[in-house]
Write a protein that binds this ligand. Structure first.
Ligand code: ADP
Length: 481
């Protein structure tokens, strides 16, 4: 099967969140199953070009206002022979930011328009006719619309799959954008791109894609409700028969405590001594008191309201009073960043905060902490709770979306489970659940260790997901044809 991934992120070149992890890993799993998979993303200013090969001819991307002439650079995804292509256009992709400032602007429209139409032009340029184009969230959602309209004649048999990574991000654009994207006014309709008088590419993509997937079975249900659908629940209900929830995997070669080069000592389920060394090293690095008996909690997150970190902030004084330590890594909302900095200043030796993006520290926290906090208000899939389990770090999660699907609640009667769940996101619920987990950590060590080993043995790789995506591609191709 010939598959093109068109996306705004791909690890390790450009990552803002879980979408980038998926686009960096799933193509490799599909390639290993024998498929011809290729990836296309923008060449942001932050992506160095010295190790990329530049293709000689420029790529002309038609826009209503003329042709956007782009460069094309290429390499392969690390440890694979999956080709990745970068579309280069300094005016629209040149900055270092992946997202920000698109909403309502001509620049935002041009940016995602050049990426989407550029991905299709690239197929012509490479003489690559995909059976399936797999697009991700709103930035490449123009593609399914284009394939049903201005590009229909060139790609009559190509099916599209739109994966929803997060329904919360839905920039809208003025209707004049139709000209720029060469889409006729007849496509500005309620069952398409139109949303309260503006263009909503996500909505258009959801109506026009052959099939839709989202990153967990629970989230596929939640987005059909007014609360989870972010204004598009009726679209999701309408397309319910074409919507699948497929849990993300994780890249088990990158996230593996037995080989992880970032952590103080490697370890595995059969021998957890290295984890204790990782804890001590992390405590030192984050200015915490080196104490193996203190329950060490971890957070690695975008600092947004979604992640429930305002609630974490409120519970810290109470948890610290009970002897907990906290290691936080994150970036985003300035208010939340400052609150964590303040807590670190207020509780030296018990709270450590590092604000910014730091890949190696993320690995050290996953390996070094005992319990991981993820009380997200909603979570389409979530990766950190899976990384945690792989590192024998027990997650404490809100029972929502992918968090609910990937963490098994601890059952004191049987000793089963791999983590702890709360059923509403409130300071009281979080503090109670964390206190319970801390009690298991302190007073029921053998049980805690059994859970750690069980969590570390879970099959979290991409194999299952890759099989399910292939099934979805098959169905989509059948439908399309
Ligand atoms: P989301 O996509 O909503 O941000 P996920 O849990 O799906 O949440 O994915 C988050 C990814 O980003 C994980 O790989 C996590 O380790 C990483 N991450 C988030 N914040 C940081 C940070 N400040 N430093 C390093 N990695 C981070």
């Amino acid at each position: 099967m010939k598959i093109l991934f068109a996306a705004s992120e791909c690890v390790p070149f450009a990552k803002a969140g879980g979408l980038g992890d998926v686009v960096g890993a799933l193509p490799k799993a599909l390639r290993a199953l024998g498929h011809d998979v290729r990836v296309v993303i923008p060449r942001y200013g932050s992506i160095p070009t010295y190790s990329l090969e530049r293709l000689s001819a420029p790529l002309g991307v038609p826009l209503g206002t003329g042709t956007a002439w782009c460069g094309v650079l290429t390499t392969t995804l690390p440890d694979s022979d999956v080709p990745i292509y970068f579309i280069e256009h300094d005016e629209v992709f040149g900055g270092t930011k992946i997202y920000g400032g698109e909403e309502g602007t001509r620049w935002g429209l041009a940016r995602t328009g050049v990426l989407s139409r550029g991905a299709l032009e690239l197929c012509r340029y490479l003489d690559f006719m995909p059976d399936v184009i797999h697009v991700h969230d709103w930035p490449t959602s123009w593609i399914p619309v284009m394939l049903n309209t201005c590009e229909q004649s060139y790609f009559p048999k190509t099916a599209t799959i739109l994966t929803i990574h997060n329904m919360a991000y839905q920039p809208r654009f003025p209707v004049e954008g139709l000209e720029l994207l060469e889409l006729g006014h007849e496509y500005f309709r309620g069952d398409g791109l139109e949303d309260f008088g503006q263009l909503n590419p996500f909505k258009g993509g959801l109506y026009h894609s052959t099939m839709i997937t989202t990153v967990s079975p629970s989230y596929s249900q939640e987005i059909r409700t007014p609360k989870g659908g972010r204004g598009l629940h009726q679209v999701m209900e309408f397309r319910g028969a074409d919507l699948l929830g497929i849990l993300n995997g994780i890249d088990t070669s990158v996230w593996n405590p037995a080989t992880d080069p970032y952590i103080a000592e490697n370890y595995h389920a059969g021998d957890l001594r290295g984890k204790a060394a990782c804890k001590a090293s992390l405590q030192k690095e984050m200015g915490l008191k080196v104490d193996s008996s203190a329950p060490l909690l971890g957070v690695i997150s975008r600092m947004t309201e979604q992640k429930g970190l305002d609630v974490v902030v409120e519970t810290i004084p109470g948890l610290v009073a009970k002897g907990a330590q906290l290691a936080v890594l994150g970036s985003g909302d300035a208010y939340l960043e400052n609150r964590f900095r303040q807590l670190a200043a207020e509780y030296p030796g018990q709270v450590g905060a590092w604000m910014g993006y730091n890949e190696s520290l993320a690995h050290k926290i996953e390996a070094g902490v005992d319990l991981f906090l993820m009380p997200s208000r909603f979570e389409p899939c979530g990766l950190n709770q899976m990384y945690s389990q792989r590192y024998g770090t027990l997650p404490i999660v809100h029972a929502t979306g992918g968090l609910d699907d990937t963490v098994d609640q601890f059952d004191p009667a049987t000793g089963e489970g791999t983590g702890f769940k709360l059923w509403n996101v409130s300071p009281a619920a979080l503090e109670n659940t964390v206190s319970w987990a801390m009690d298991v950590f302190r007073s029921h060590k053998p049980l805690f260790e059994t859970m750690q080993r069980r969590a570390m043995g879970l099959p979290l790789g991409w194999d299952t997901a890759a099989d399910r995506y292939l099934q979805a591609y098959d169905w989509a191709m059948e439908r399309k044809n």
